[in-house]
Design a protein around this ligand. Structure first.
Ligand SMILES: Nc1nc2c(c(=O)[nH]1)N[C@H]1C(S)=C(S)[C@@H](COP(=O)(O)OP(=O)(O)OC[C@H]3O[C@@H](n4cnc5c(=O)[nH]c(N)nc54)[C@H](O)[C@@H]3O)O[C@H]1N2
Ligand SMILES: Nc1nc2c(c(=O)[nH]1)N[C@H]1C(S)=C(S)[C@@H](COP(=O)(O)OP(=O)(O)OC[C@H]3O[C@@H](n4cnc5c(=O)[nH]c(N)nc54)[C@H](O)[C@@H]3O)O[C@H]1N2
Ligand code: SF4
Ligand SMILES: [Mo]
Length: 733
């Protein structure tokens, strides 16, 4: 996906490993420890050393320096030369040591003994594990075609090999966490600008943040740049039904009614257009569909919007004027996670349209285009063709404008449960934990029940691994060699990072590359994995002559490519060759070509809408068991407003039962004045099923047990804010 700047193996070609093969240095896992950096104080001390790497606790990949004593990583420091994270490692990044030394880490391959989810395992050898993996994949392929196996490749630097394995194996049923994350945002901006932009937060003077929380949900460098911009005088307006840290640091916070952001942004557009606050020359030259937009937003007055979104009309009008005055150094922040509503693509389209009429595209302090990073796609060969395969993905056409290469986890899961349009019987998971991160946990179990074989490569016994048949221990980011990854960070940089092992893999853990390579050998597909990670990376870097040296010396390579004005003299990658306010392709497909507001559904009686989000200590469902972080928040609680709580007789820290149409959980309640009275919130990562996450036993509740599985109608992005719950008191403190 454009915004991720992954450098996936092209879906059609594959590397010819001729010249590089002879210069091979080392295979993953056996490669020498990254050259220790010169330690001026102890030049001859072989015991203390430092090594560059990149954090893997979330997707930001912040540059770090690992401090190592006697082959034990003792501390992770930020790499001051890593501009994307502005020389920062967050609490989670610092706690990355826990990923390596967590006592609950998976140590050996495990084969399920009892029933699925019963937690009875047999330790097996890697040789046996490979045989079981290969045999099961082969049996499923023989009986149900190659598409009978679903691959969920996660999203880290090695995920590219899982994608490639799936392609070589012959399945097009590949889906990642992205359809639980950001695909409707990507769709909306792609279908407006022809690509997914970055926000030049550092240089902007006015920023509206709606449906994002940059001071807790870190995206680098935006989180840090926003603070710097604020110190320079940039105004920050936050719309969030919760009083988040971003709300606390904002100049203005509005507790918007959930699901109504489109009403706000259509009304902002109404004001900018009716008061002619936009640059007419720019609009005539660059924007497509201004007349249609003018007509369309006539109805969406601030007075109308106030009734929908609970933000006073006079504030909407004032903010629209302030925003237009600050333009083009003004941004409606595109955000990241958009797995929230049934119309998330159209909500984000309404945000993209405001940016378009602000004329901020491709300019300082506005939205910026993708810069050149310069990684090369390795030379590729055709993967094998399997004649008996079905025509398409199992979830094809379950949403009108899905990303074909990504699909939708929600729709794939539904199709597997139905075993329609064809049976899928196997699942290979890498670094994906939908039992904690996919709405409606019960349905994930139902899906697993339909499968003959589930293999899960993880670093811990996640709730999803707990339900697998074969569990394979992964080496961590500090123990493995990874391909290169191209990153962009707003105006900070276009750069390349990579990883080499800081220490040798602990226990019997292995990088997924090695697992796939051996599986490929046993499936007579070895010729497609006839390379090492080192060779692969050399291919990626072949057009960047200084990159290897820079990576060694600085832990990062920067491409000084053009940042602003990338589209000067260039044609936009849209159908109209302009920025599309009105999307004629949507019109052809019977999709609203301009965002049409439809009020979100409401709960009945005393029900609350559940919203999800994150805090600064945890990454989704995967770090709450790390002792360094767990002590910051040992369990999750239900945020609720004291008024409705009082009506229900609930007191602070009372145990409550929260129930939706799909599940029921128990946890303690806490009062927050800064949450809307119609909304409740809980953190993710608790209420685990796995018995092998010691710090989380009987702690809090799992939010995806409650969440109904809805999807954005256009992309199939999971819609995780569409569930209403009842809350009742169970017991006192
Ligand atoms: N600390 C930390 N940082 C992370 C991650 C992490 O797990 N932990 N994950 C990374 C990933 S993968 C992602 S995708 C990004 C996510 O980054 P964000 O998208 O910024 O993160 P969320 O926490 O999901 O923020 C959504 C916010 O929207 C609010 N909200 C809910 N409903 C509505 C609504 O209808 N309107 C408006 N205006 N607001 C609403 C929620 O209360 C919440 O505060 O964070 C990244 N950074
Ligand atoms: N409840 C809830 N659900 C959500 C969200 C939320 O905020 N709350 N956010 C949504 C968003 S934005 C996203 S991006 C998705 C994320 O969804 P996931 O990708 O499923 O979330 P993670 O918690 O990052 O889980 C990744 C898994 O990788 C494992 N892991 C960590 N390091 C390694 C490694 O080196 N190798 C291997 N093999 N495994 C490793 C972890 O143990 C964990 O089981 O969730 C979405 N769903
Ligand atoms: S934001 Fe934090 S967890 Fe994410 S990569 Fe950076 S240091 Fe690691
Ligand atoms: Mo995400």
């Amino acid at each position: 996906m454009v915004a991720e700047l992954r450098t996936p193996i092209s879906r059609r070609r594959f590397i010819k490993w001729t010249s590089v093969a002879s210069t091979a240095i080392a295979t993953t896992g056996t490669a020498p420890v990254l050259r220790a950096l010169a330690d001026e104080k102890k030049p001859n001390n072989p015991i203390s050393r430092s090594a560059y790497s990149a954090c893997d606790i979330c997707m930001n990949k912040c540059g770090l320096i690992a401090r190592v004593e006697n082959d034990v990583i003792t501390k992770l420091d930020p790499n001051p030369k890593f501009l994307k994270s502005r020389g920062m490692l967050c609490a989670r990044g610092n706690a990355g040591i826990n990923r390596v030394y967590d006592p609950d880490r998976l140590k050996y391959p495990l084969l399920r003994k009892g029933k699925r989810g019963e937690g009875k395992w047999e330790r097996i050898s890697w040789d046996k594990a490979y045989s079981i993996l290969a045999e099961n994949l082969r049996t499923i392929a023989d009986e149900y075609t190659r598409c009978g196996v679903l691959f969920t490749p996660g999203s880290d630097m090695q995920s590219t090999f899982v994608h490639w394995f799936a392609e070589v194996f012959g399945s097009y049923n590949i889906t990642t966490h992205e359809s639980n994350c950001l695909i409707s945002r990507n769709r909306a901006f792609l279908d407006t600008y022809g690509e997914v932009p970055f926000a030049d937060v550092l240089n902007t003077n006015y920023l509206i943040m709606a449906g994002s929380n940059r001071f807790e949900a870190f995206v680098t460098p935006d989180s840090i740049d926003l603070m710097t911009a604020k110190q320079r005088g940039c105004k920050l307006v936050v719309l969030d039904p919760r009083y988040t840290k971003s709300a606390a640091l904002a100049d203005e916070w509005f507790a918007i009614k959930p699901g109504t952001d489109m009403a706000f942004f259509l009304a902002v557009t109404h004001v900018i257009i009716t008061e002619k606050l936009y640059d007419a020359d720019y609009a005539a030259e660059k924007l497509y569909g201004l007349d249609e937009l003018k007509q369309h937003v006539k109805q969406y007055t601030p007075e109308w919007a106030e009734k929908e979104c609970d933000i006073p009309a006079q504030d909407i009008r004032r903010i629209a004027r302030e925003l237009a005055k600050a333009a083009p150094e003004a941004i409606v922040y595109p955000g990241r996670r958009s797995s929230d509503y049934l119309d998330s693509t159209q909500i984000r389209r309404s945000m993209a349209i405001v940016n378009a009429i602000l004329g901020n595209w491709d300019k300082p302090g506005g939205l910026t285009a993708t810069r050149q990073v310069g990684l090369a796609g390795p030379e590729l060969e055709e993967p094998p063709f399997y004649e008996d395969n079905p025509d398409d993905r199992i979830d094809a056409e379950m949403a009108p404008i899905m990303f074909n290469e990504e699909g939708s986890f929600k729709h794939v899961r539904d199709a597997i449960i139905k075993q329609e349009p064809y049976p899928v019987k196997g699942w290979f998971l890498y670094k994906f934990n939908p039992m904690q991160t996919g709405a409606n946990r019960q349905k994930t179990i139902e899906m697993i029940d339909k499968l003959d074989f589930v293999a899960c490569v993880d670093i811990a016994m996640s709730d999803t691994a707990w339900y697998a048949d074969l569990v394979l221990p992964s080496s961590s980011y500090l123990e493995r060699q990874d391909p290169a990854s191209g990153l962009q960070g707003s105006s900070a940089c276009a750069c390349v990072v990579t990883r080499d092992p800081v220490i040798q893999p602990l226990f019997e853990s292995k990088p997924v590359f090695e697992i796939l390579k051996e599986a490929a050998n046993r499936l007579e597909l070895g010729e497609f994995f006839n390379f090492t990670v080192e060779e692969y990376r050399k291919q990626q870097l072949r057009k960047l002559p200084y990159a290897e040296q820079a990576l060694k010396e600085d832990g990062v390579y920067y491409n000084p490519s053009k940042l602003y004005g990338i589209y000067e003299g260039k044609i936009y990658k849209t159908r109209s060759k302009k920025i599309e306010l009105y999307n004629s392709r949507y019109a052809d497909m019977d999709i609203d070509p301009l965002p049409v507001y439809r009020p979100p559904k409401q709960g009945s009686g005393n029900q609350f809408r559940v919203v999800i989000g994150r805090n600064a200590y945890f990454t989704h469902g995967s770090t709450a068991n790390y002792d360094l972080l767990n002590e910051l928040m040992p369990e999750n609680v239900l945020w609720m407003h004291p008024k409705p709580a009082a009506k229900l007789g609930i007191k602070e820290r009372d145990l409550v039962e929260v129930s939706s149409s799909v599940g029921k959980v128990r946890l303690k309640a806490t009062f927050k004045h800064g949450i809307r009275a119609d909304t409740v919130y809980m953190e993710s990562g608790f209420g685990v099923i796995s018995k092998e996450l010691s710090l989380l036993q009987d702690k809090g509740a799992c939010v995806v047990e409650l969440l109904e599985d809805h999807a954005d109608e256009l992309t199939g992005n999971m819609a995780m804010h569409e569930t209403f719950v009842d809350v009742k008191k169970i017991g006192g403190v």
